[in-house]
Design a protein around this ligand. Sequence first.
Ligand code: GDP
Length: 176
Amino acid sequence: LKLPLPAPQQLKVCVVGDAGVGKTTLADVFLQHPPKQRYRIVTGGVVMSRTLEDPPVTCQVWGMAGVERWRERILPHFLRGAHSALIVYDVSNRASFESVMTHWLDFVESSGQEGLVKVLVGNKMDVDPESRAVLTQEGEELAETLAIPFLETSAKLELNVDHAFLLGAKQVLAAG
Ligand code: GDP
């Protein structure tokens, strides 16, 4: 007798941040893994999904590729029904970190999406120390102030990328 596996829960994950911080590359790395990959362009963004076994969830990843310029218009579609948001900056670009504080947190909050789990992500941790414009400690401190998880990633070297998406997924599931 084979019991059917429970259908994986669907999670909507939005990836936000300034242009060039690596949102598309992060999503590409996360989504490049089989088994199930689907690709769809919908109103307000680009959507792909990956089904995980542990935890058993399907992460539907919404990227804003190329739509930053008209984000005010696509906002209602983009964040509606989102379970988690990865707020990404580039550790070699100070302005992208400041944008998190001046823009992206408000952007995510303005969705009015209750219980939306936020994860702060400092991407491009592979850059040379001389090119670093945001210290790891600064990311940690901001995340601590906001009481949200934080980690640095490198989409280029594929470091911590799955972990960033999983952090959000696990927290959504834990919140029930
Ligand atoms: P988006 O505009 O936020 O979607 O950014 P992209 O994913 O298009 O990346 C912008 C540029 O940064 C591209 O040239 C990427 O190859 C590069 N990039 C993305 N992630 C990393 C990373 O982790 N390290 C480095 N060094 N470069 C990266």
